[in-house]
Design a protein around this ligand. Structure first.
Ligand code: NAD
Length: 414
């Protein structure tokens, strides 16, 4: 079967990650790129590596008629308008098979619902990209521990964390454009990974029913005067006026609808992680068995002494969000594969070719958006959010966290 022609919207950090992932699979060629900035550079990577035509288009609508699927890898604050433009092109005749949306689906539930309704109104197949669910270590532990799960029962506790020293672009730090701080940016990953790891084998990804959420958000590092000044100077974002959380943690409780058993997913996320670089840490407890994933443990370590440190100008060659360029350093030489980008692209390409949704359609992304909103609400109200209460469900539909409104100073103290 010939590969699907993919058109990419956005040519920044994650678009480059996906390009490295698509290099490792069949199923997509990258035939189009459109972005406000950096599209020619991404196009050159695509053509240099023989990944497709990489034609640069001036807009989504102009690209839509020349590709089979479109992947939106652009900032959160333009998500709704981009989906509107894409759906408009489809309704005018662009013969698209599917659309891919990076996490988070949107900044809040109202926006997320609009995105889902637009995509469904156009009859488009979808894949919400939550890469961590596709991580080979997470998938391998499920396969390896399948006999234990069958004989002993499923996991009852999963702890899932993603932490690094802070994002690479200014818009991520601005809570009004990004949607919040680290909970909006990375809580969506850790909540999804925990929900998935807890899900019994053979059950759909939304089988376990979320019943309650408790959470705490704090500004532990980037609100301190020295770090606040650095943020203002380097990113143009003033955390004295519009702060966002750089630490978030909480627990989502899920109910197994067949057995009634309650299980827990604990998430922790920070932009104040003072170790080598990005760390994904997940562990799960079942009755008599367990697993642990730690992406800072690599089969490759390198050592760079002080005398040679000047030679290591680009620390991020070793690890995403690296903070050190000397000493003993862990190297992940295939991060695109390790973090699940390769396998999520394989899944989407195969699904769209078969005229199906990916393993995680946009409706799943909407459920994750709801859990993230419930976590903000729990932290804001300092109480556990009961998701079985219809009034709470109603409130979540239009809820916009104070932090996202730019009023974080009312709930975060530095
Ligand atoms: N799965 C992950 O782990 C992961 C990692 C990073 C980012 N992301 C997600 O991917 C998305 C993009 O993040 P990023 O880090 O690549 O951002 P980025 O800032 O590095 O790149 C954004 C790209 O979008 C383009 N863009 C911005 N506004 C545009 C507009 N109106 N029209 C056309 N192009 C526009 C920019 O010019 C740039 O090329 C975000 O939703 C983010 O949450 C996911």
């Amino acid at each position: 079967m010939s590969p699907l022609r993919l058109g990419i919207v956005g040519a920044g950090f994650v678009a480059h990650f996906h390009t490295r992932a698509i290099q490792q699979m069949r199923g997509f060629t990258i035939d189009g790129v459109t972005a406000l900035q950096r599209a020619p550079a991404l196009s050159k990577v695509i053509t240099d590596n023989g990944l497709g035509e990489g034609t640069v288009y001036p807009s989504i609508s102009e690209m839509a008629g020349h590709v089979d699927a479109v992947a939106i890898f652009a900032p959160n604050y333009v998500r709704v308008e981009m989906v509107e433009e894409l759906v408009d092109a489809v309704k005018k005749g662009a013969p698209l098979k599917g659309v891919i949306l990076e996490k988070p689906l949107a900044r809040n539930l109202r926006e997320a619902r609009r995105v889902v309704e637009l995509i469904e109104s156009a009859g488009l197949r979808s894949a919400y990209y939550e890469n961590q669910i596709f991580m080979k270590p997470l998938q391998a532990q499920r396969a390896q521990l399948a006999p234990q799960q069958r004989s002993m029962g499923p996991l009852s506790l999963v702890r899932s964390a993603e932490e690094h020293s802070g994002p690479h672009e200014a818009w991520f730090w601005d809570p009004t454009r990004q949607g919040g701080g680290v909970l909006s940016d990375m809580g969506c990953h850790s909540i999804a990974a925990a929900w998935y790891a807890l899900t019994p084998l053979g059950k759909p990804v939304d089988f376990l029913q979320p019943v309650s959420v408790m959470a705490d958000c704090a500004l532990l590092k980037w609100g301190q005067p020295k770090w606040r000044a650095k943020l203002l100077a380097e990113r143009g974002v003033d955390y004295a006026k519009t702060p966002a959380e750089d630490f978030a943690t909480g627990i989502v409780t899920f109910r197994n609808p067949e057995t009634g058993q309650l299980v827990k997913g604990q998430f922790t996320n920070s932009w104040m992680f003072e170790k080598q670089g990005l760390r994904l840490l997940m562990d799960g407890m079942g009755p008599g068995y367990a697993f642990e994933v730690n992406t800072l443990q690599s089969t490759l370590n390198i050592f760079i002494g002080d005398a040679a440190a000047e030679a290591a100008a680009d620390a991020e060659l070793a690890l995403e969000k690296s903070t050190a360029s000397r000493g003993l350093l862990a190297v992940q030489y295939n991060e695109a594969d390790l973090y699940g980008y390769t396998d999520e692209n394989i899944d989407a390409a195969a699904a769209f070719a078969a005229e199906k949704d990916g393993m995680l359609p946009v409706r799943y992304g909407l459920e994750i958006a709801k859990l993230v909103m419930a976590a903000y609400m729990a932290a804001e109200k300092k109480k556990t959010i009961d998701l079985t209460d219809p009034a709470v469900q109603q409130e979540l539909e239009t809820y916009v966290p104070l932090i996202q409104q730019g009023r974080g100073a009312e709930v975060l103290c530095a």
